[in-house]
Design a protein around this ligand. Structure first.
Ligand SMILES: *[C@@H]1O[C@H](CO)[C@@H](O)[C@H](O)[C@H]1NC(C)=O
Ligand SMILES: *[C@@H]1O[C@H](CO)[C@@H](O)[C@H](O)[C@H]1NC(C)=O
Ligand SMILES: *[C@@H]1O[C@H](CO)[C@@H](O)[C@H](O)[C@H]1NC(C)=O
Ligand SMILES: *[C@@H]1O[C@H](CO)[C@@H](O)[C@H](O)[C@H]1NC(C)=O
Length: 483
């Protein structure tokens, strides 16, 4: 390529010569000279002119060559650059080729994988086919069974007989319940008798020792340290799922289904095992009783385990148990109804919207004040965990409130309430003694131990309907009404 270019340039330069000459003045002839001499001189002149022209041409050519040299250098430089780029391109190309090789190899591997997957998919397809066939076989079997079953059903009892059987089942169920209640009542009666016996014994002792000056009478020392009987635990799931489905979730629902007699019923809150609970049925609704104090016969200074599972006697004093209370209020919209009676037989109450967290939160309480004529020392107790003497979850840094005041409760630090405190038969003399009693007061007020206490829960209406009517609980009636 390069030699060709140079040749072209030479051709160009030769072609250019006449152009260069034409720029020169044409040779001037001397006018007055004779022709002969003129021709000799003319020859000389011509030679001079020619030499001149040649010189000029030579100069032009040199200039031209120099210029061309520069241009050629330029071109050579450009060619160099091009060469370098070309080299780089070649390197790149070889790199790309290598990559291509690698890709090819990968493709081969992928192809092999693809083949394997194809094989697997064929296998799976055949398995699916097997399964489908199996399914069809099963369907046929089920159809056969259904036919047999409908054949059998034709020989089965009429609807009248079914109704009779259902009636019998209900009867047996209710009898079962009455028997359980009777058993419980008998157990309670025997407890009461024991209790009376113990009272008599105490009185005898007092007579003999003659310590009548003591005004503060707790329950006899025997009872103070007695472990309360555990309440009937959750019942095992019934084999008759129908009967279980028909159980009411709580006493409110039992009342709505027409039950009007207060007593022990089997209930099954949504999502819970069935258990027995005392229902207090008053004139307009039923409530599930979770705590009752009335004679100090049951020792309420119990452990966490007892407070979790419940203790005492349904016909006397009892604590239903935190697990059961939690399951009762789990659906939300529950109302906590606290009823207290003082030693002058005057009755008071307070109602809260109520929710109880589960065991993982130590049964944290949630309360919103609704109504009542009692002071409201627990309106700000939301967030308090339950505490017992063996599980201190209160907010007091140094003191175990449940130990100091006895009984399990949602103690703060330590607060002004404890309906599970000690039962005092008369107004205790000492202030600190009184403070350990069944306590419900506003901050700064004197301690007072109540005579009767009942805590119950019932379903509340989702909208904030507040019934301020004070209800009278069954605990104010005699226990003989219950049977
Ligand atoms: C019982 O609970 C389940 C799930 O927690 C819920 O879907 C159902 O509606 C509840 N039934 C009643 C009667 O509350
Ligand atoms: C529940 O109580 C136990 C024992 O008092 C305590 O160790 C635990 O931290 C408490 N749980 C919560 C969530 O506070
Ligand atoms: C509730 O308020 C009373 C009086 O203001 C206070 O003494 C008590 O500590 C509060 N309780 C809680 C749990 O904050
Ligand atoms: C513990 O009980 C004593 C006597 O009953 C009382 O004086 C004290 O204030 C109580 N401690 C707390 C933290 O309430």
């Amino acid at each position: 390529m390069r030699p060709a270019l140079i040749a072209v340039l030479f051709v160009l330069s030769v072609a250019c010569v006449p152009a260069l000459c034409s720029r020169e003045e044409p040779p001037v002839l001397q006018p007055g000279a004779p022709a002969e001499t003129r021709s000799r001189f003319a020859a000389l002149d011509d030679v001079r002119l020619l030499a001149n022209g040649l010189l000029q041409l030579g100069q032009s050519l040199r200039e031209f060559v120099q210029r061309t040299k520069g241009q050629i250098n330029d071109i050579l430089q450009k060619l160099n650059i091009f060469d370098r780029s070309f080299y780089q391109l070649t390197v790149l190309a070889s790199e790309i080729k290598e990559e291509e090789e690698e890709l090819k190899k990968t493709t081969v591997v992928l192809k092999a994988n693809n083949e394997e997957i194809k094989g697997l998919s064929v296998e799976i397809n055949s398995k699916v086919d097997d399964i489908l066939q199996e399914k069809i076989r099963l369907q046929n079997k089920v159809e056969g069974l259904e036919k047999k079953l409908s054949g059998l059903l034709q020989g089965l009892p009429t609807s009248e007989q079914v109704a009779e059987i259902n009636g019998l089942r209900t009867l047996i169920h209710s009898q079962e319940q009455s028997i359980t209640e009777l058993l419980q009542a008998v157990r309670d009666q025997s407890d009461q008798i024991n209790h009376q016996r113990m009272k008599i014994k105490n009185l005898e002792e007092k007579f003999t020792v003659n310590t009548l000056a003591q005004e503060t009478v707790e329950r006899s020392p025997d009872i103070i340290n007695v472990e309360a009987p555990t309440l009937i635990p959750f019942l095992p799931p019934s084999s008759n799922s129908n009967a279980e489905m028909n159980l009411s979730p709580d006493c409110t629902e039992l009342f709505n289904r027409g039950e009007r007699v207060s007593g022990v019923y089997t209930i099954r809150p949504n999502g819970s095992e069935p258990f027995m609970a005392f229902c207090d049925m008053n004139t307009d609704h039923g409530v599930t009783v979770i705590q009752r104090r009335r004679d100090g016969y049951v020792n309420f200074d119990q452990t966490w385990e007892k407070y979790e599972n419940g203790f005492g006697h349904f016909q006397g004093e009892f604590w239903l148990g935190l697990r059961k209370i939690h399951s009762l209020v789990a659906r939300g919209y529950s109302v906590l109804h606290i009823q207290l009676e003082d030693w002058k037989q005057s009755k008071h109450f307070i109602k809260y919207r109520f929710y109880l967290d589960g065991p993982e939160s130590n049964y944290t309480i949630h309360l919103t004040h609704l109504s009542g004529d009692l002071p409201d020392p627990m309106g700000n107790h939301t967030g308090m965990m339950f505490s017992t003497k063996d599980r201190d979850n209160d907010n007091h840094r140094d003191v175990n409130c449940a130990h100091n005041y006895t009984g399990g409760w949602w103690f703060n630090a330590c607060g002004d309430t404890n309906l599970n405190g000690r039962y005092f038969h008369m107004r205790p003399k000492g202030r600190s003694e009184r403070r350990r009693g069944i306590q419900w007061k506003s901050a700064g007020k004197a301690s007072y131990s109540f005579k009767l206490s009942q805590i119950s829960v019932h379903a509340g209406a989702p909208p904030s309907s507040t019934s301020a009517a004070p209800d009278t609980g069954v605990f104010l009636r005699s226990s003989t009404n219950i049977l």
